[in-house]
Design a protein around this ligand. Structure first.
Ligand SMILES: Cc1cc2nc3c(=O)[nH]c(=O)nc-3n(C[C@H](O)[C@H](O)[C@H](O)COP(=O)(O)OP(=O)(O)OC[C@H]3O[C@@H](n4cnc5c(N)ncnc54)[C@H](O)[C@@H]3O)c2cc1C
Length: 377
């Protein structure tokens, strides 16, 4: 039976981020480390957008930055200057290449391109099987998905399903200095439906539709909505679709198990996605850097401050029950607050005073009664 000091099960965003930050912090020296993932991560399978103040750990692979964003619904067109924040975009190909290149020279790192199965915590650490062989690690981090059935979850739960096109237009169409953060100008059908547009140049952009709903659409239906949106608001001319991407992020305040003995769950399966928005990239970096700094001790592992989970449970419940339309909530937040206050809040980095200011701008009656119910729950 092979044994390791550290095992990282799943080498996607969270697993590679953790190893990258541990390596940069000098914590992998002299360690026997195992990384297990069936995939050789190279694909252009995710475009990560997020906002942060100042420089982040992956500044050199940020493909595009925006200081201005717009939001639209049937009654409002907002243009916001992000102040101290910058909205950024990283492509998975660049992220996978950078992180894997960095850890390639770690002397004690072994990679297995296989599935980990039968993962169990034991008194000595964590035991699991790889290709039929049993291995043991004193400490393990897993980013395997945590299967959830929304019908069985008591906490509020909405899937965020999305599909996007990388387009190249025949005419100048986009302003590369301004990203469209949320554009709700499409029938909402009792759900929260919006587009976002991330331009790279006057003629190239990623255009994506995101829907908060537990009912998913057929691919051709997302495509129909994308096509109608591009024609209505961007170009009547021709364009070419260079690449597509699609996915789903569970938005829920369900209490994902974070720690079982020496097994720590990270990434989506560890609750690192912000429940009210689905944004995950920034929080994964923050948490993995905290773990790397403290390792081999462990820092506070909670993915989000408790009170933020309560705010998000309130918002998700209101959206899920159709009490408040999502377009009014999100556009209202940006219309009635400085963008920096909203962005710091959504990153889980606001002060209580700023949160109270923000809460004073939302429809009081439904928020207060649902907040009280979620607090009791
Ligand atoms: C298309 C897409 C776009 C997204 N865009 C954004 C965005 O713009 N901004 C944002 O903040 N978030 C975004 N997200 C959400 C989130 O950032 C990603 O889902 C992110 O990849 C989650 O990281 P993770 O490590 O939890 O999961 P993953 O990156 O999926 O990594 C999990 C890894 O586990 C491996 N694995 C699975 N089973 C096993 C097994 N049995 N043994 C070993 N390994 C296994 C998989 O091969 C995979 O590599 C997006 C998600 C998707 C799908």
């Amino acid at each position: 039976m092979k044994s390791y000091d550290l095992a990282v099960i799943g080498g996607g965003l969270a697993g590679l981020s953790l190893l990258y930050h541990l390596h940069r912090a000098g914590k992998l020296a002299g360690q026997r480390v195992l990384l297990v993932d069936p995939e050789r991560k190279q694909a252009n399978d995710r475009t990560w957008s997020f906002w942060e103040a100042g420089s982040g750990p992956f500044e050199d692979i940020v493909l595009q930055r925006w200081k201005g964003v717009t939001l639209h619904n049937a009654g409002a067109n907002l243009t916001c200057d992000l102040g101290a924040f910058t909205y950024k975009l990283i492509r998975s190909t660049h992220f996978y290449a950078k992180t894997q290149e960095a850890i390639a020279d770690v002397a004690g790192l072994e990679r297995r391109y296989a599935r980990a199965t039968d993962i169990r915590t034991i008194p000595e650490g964590v035991r699991f099987a790889v290709d039929g062989e049993t291995v043991v690690a004193k400490q393990a981090f897993s980013s395997l998905p945590h299967p959830l059935d929304h019908r069985a979850v008591k906490a509020p739960y909405l899937d965020q399903h999305f599909r996007g096109w990388y387009v190249e237009t025949e005419e100048d169409t986009f302003d590369p200095a301004v990203a469209t953060l949320m554009d709700f100008r499409t029938p909402q059908l009792g759900q929260t439906r919006f587009f976002y547009v991330l331009p790279f140049s006057e003629r190239r952009a990623m255009v994506e539709i995101a829907i908060f709903s537990n009912d998913h659409l057929e691919t051709q239906e997302y495509d129909r909505l994308l096509g109608e949106y591009v024609a209505a608001y961007w170009t009547k001319g021709g364009y070419r679709i260079e690449h597509t991407e699609a996915g789903n992020i569970p938005m829920t305040t369900y209490s994902f198990p974070r720690r079982e003995g020496k097994l720590i769950h990270i990434g989506l399966g560890g609750g690192d996605a912000r429940p009210s928005t689905g944004y995950t990239f920034y929080n994964v970096q923050r948490k993995m850097m905290q773990i790397a700094e403290a390792y081999p001790r462990l820092p506070d592992l909670s993915p989000w401050p408790e009170r933020h989970l309560l705010y998000d449970a309130t918002l998700l419940r209101l959206l899920q029950n159709g009490v408040l339309p999502g377009d009014q909530v999100f556009v209202g937040l940006f219309r009635n607050n400085p963008p920096e206050r909203v962005l710091a809040f959504l990153n889980g980095e606001s002060s209580l005073v700023e949160e109270l200011r923000l809460m004073s701008t939302v429809p009081l009656a439904p928020f207060a009664s649902t907040f009280a119910k979620e607090l009791l729950r």
